[in-house]
Design a protein around this ligand. Structure first.
Ligand code: GDP
Ligand code: GDP
Length: 462
């Protein structure tokens, strides 16, 4: 897993230029199609040996009036929240403007890591601006020329140590401090289930084959809230995501296909919708895999569901077009059987029948989403885990390769979203997968965590 870099800053400082340079020709969706402006662009970036995701708050006109200022702020905040690192760009030729200061403020408050970049820094004309940039209080500015490709080595040098850090986190091994959580601390964890708020909505992706009914579903959910970002043309119709209050549950829905269809942007963009769905999985906390009841569990559906599981997302399967199904009982049995057989890795994940068209079953879908999200956030107190572990080992001791029994010493939950556990044991490398599966399935049952991806790591005690 790699990290996400957001390029933020006011219009015209050179964000897109840098974005394009980092993404090269690999950007799937380009801006040359009339009517396509996305408020957040995302691309696969490469710099030296580093691979990462870059997002750009492109598509903003100059901020000449208040509504645009507000939108720019919201958009930036969104990008900042999505990113691991923010590259804050200023124009060294213009120097610092009041708008830059607004951005600096947002970043100081919200961003995890900020790299300050003074762009257009080729030549002497930029010197004064670079020096001025120190006044933002965000450290030493990086001299950059996005247009001429200068300063990219320095950017790489700043990103490398951060990348290494994220790499470590992504390995999902428990940080040492977590392993030694006291029981009290672990119990406290239960309270920090972050329930979605309008400021931090639940991130949902609706994925599925073309014609499964994604647009219909999304539009149904959006209802009156369709126009979210304001009346300015070009922004609403191709948003990557939209936020909606789903009967009291603040959610942000990721999928561009639906919105685009409405905007009648054809061909080229339409064909990207499946890839977009896959990308949406990355942003999501809960993934709704939408199936067409007439042709459920096609290869493509299975791939998407499997991807969502591997990415550690909470998954809900929704079978759509239930309104045209005659033999509902019989069909439901078949579906459940196929689900269990074809997606054993998602054992116990909810399967809900819906009609996006009539709206039937959407309340149950909402409940399933909430429940999946809650389970995904589960935290099990350490004491309970270890009592459980003792029982599991007594019932079925681990194997004894070469006559030496693997000892399971201690266990703790290292992370949530999805739940991840660390078992301290002798010879973790010799632990057979079958025993790990035994423990994972046991955890699911004992602590009521159906459906959610569960990670279990064996660790030696050094
Ligand atoms: P954005 O609105 O922040 O995405 O800015 P753009 O990437 O569209 O760039 C705005 C203008 O600045 C364009 O005319 C670019 O060609 C120019 N520009 C971008 N980077 C540089 C640079 O490093 N040096 C100079 N001199 N101009 C640049
Ligand atoms: P997408 O490609 O996944 O976005 O699918 P669409 O939302 O465009 O739907 C594809 C077709 O299925 C359209 O003709 C919809 O009207 C139809 N459709 C979507 N949901 C339902 C449903 O619940 N019942 C029925 N009967 N048709 C539906």
């Amino acid at each position: 897993m790699s990290f996400t870099l957001a390029i933020v800053g006011r219009p015209n400082v050179g964000k897109s230029t840098l974005f394009n340079r980092l993404v090269g020709k690999r950007l799937a969706l380009v801006d040359d199609q009339p009517g396509v402006t996305r408020d957040l662009r995302e691309g696969a970036a490469r710099l030296g040996d580093l691979r990462f995701t870059v997002i750009d708050t492109a598509g903003l006109e100059d901020a000449t009036d208040d509504s645009l200022q507000g939108r720019m702020r919201r958009l930036t905040e969104r990008a900042v929240d999505m990113a691991d690192v923010c590259l804050f760009m200023i124009d060294a030729r213009t120097g610092i403007t009041p708008t830059d200061q607004i951005f600096a403020e947002i970043l100081r408050k919200r961003a995890k890591h900020v790299i300050l970049a003074a762009n257009k820094a080729e030549g002497r004309a930029a010197d004064a601006g670079v020096i001025e940039a120190y006044s933002l209080g965000l450290g030493e500015p990086l001299r950059l020329s996005a247009e001429h490709g200068e300063g990219l080595g320095d950017l790489l040098a700043e990103l490398m140590p951060l990348a290494a850090e994220f790499e470590e986190q992504a390995e999902e091994t428990a940080p040492e401090t977590d392993v030694t959580l006291s029981e009290e601390e672990a119990d406290e964890g239960i309270a920090d289930l972050r329930w979605p708020t309008p400021e931090k909505p639940m991130q949902i992706a609706v994925v599925g084959r073309p014609n499964a009914g994604k647009s219909t579903l999304i539009n149904k959910l959006l209802g009156e809230d369709r126009l979210l970002t304001g009346p300015e043309a070009g922004i609403t119709r191709d948003a990557i995501s939209l936020q909606v209050d789903w009967d009291g549950l603040p959610v942000r829905i990721w999928d561009t296909a639906g919105m685009r269809k409405k905007a009648r942007v054809q061909d080229k963009v339409e064909k990207l919708s499946v890839a977009d769905g896959l990308r949406a999985v990355k942003f999501a906390e809960v993934v709704i895999v939408l199936l067409d009841a007439a042709i459920p569990f096609e290869q493509q559906d299975l791939r998407i569901a499997d991807l969502a599981e591997r990415e550690g997302r909470a998954v809900v399967v929704a079978v759509n077009k239930w309104d045209v199904e005659d033999e509902k009982q019989q069909k439901l049995r078949e579906l459940k059987e196929a689900f269990a057989r074809l997606l054993p890795q998602l054992r116990g994940a909810p399967l809900v029948t819906v009609s996006a068209k009539t709206g039937r079953g959407l309340d149950r879908l909402r409940e399933a989403v909430e429940r999946a999200y809650t389970i995904w956030n589960t935290r099990v107190p350490t004491a309970q885990l270890n009592r459980w572990l003792t029982g599991m080992v007594e019932a079925h001791p681990p194997p004894a390769p070469q006559g030496r029994r693997i000892k399971l010493r201690y266990m703790t939950q290292a992370k949530t979203r999805p739940p991840g556990f660390v078992v301290m044991c002798s010879h973790p490398d010799r632990m057979p997968d079958s025993y790990t599966r035994y423990l994972v399935n046991g955890l699911r049952e004992a602590f009521d965590m159906p459906g959610t991806p569960i990670r279990l790591y064996m660790r030696g005690q050094g």
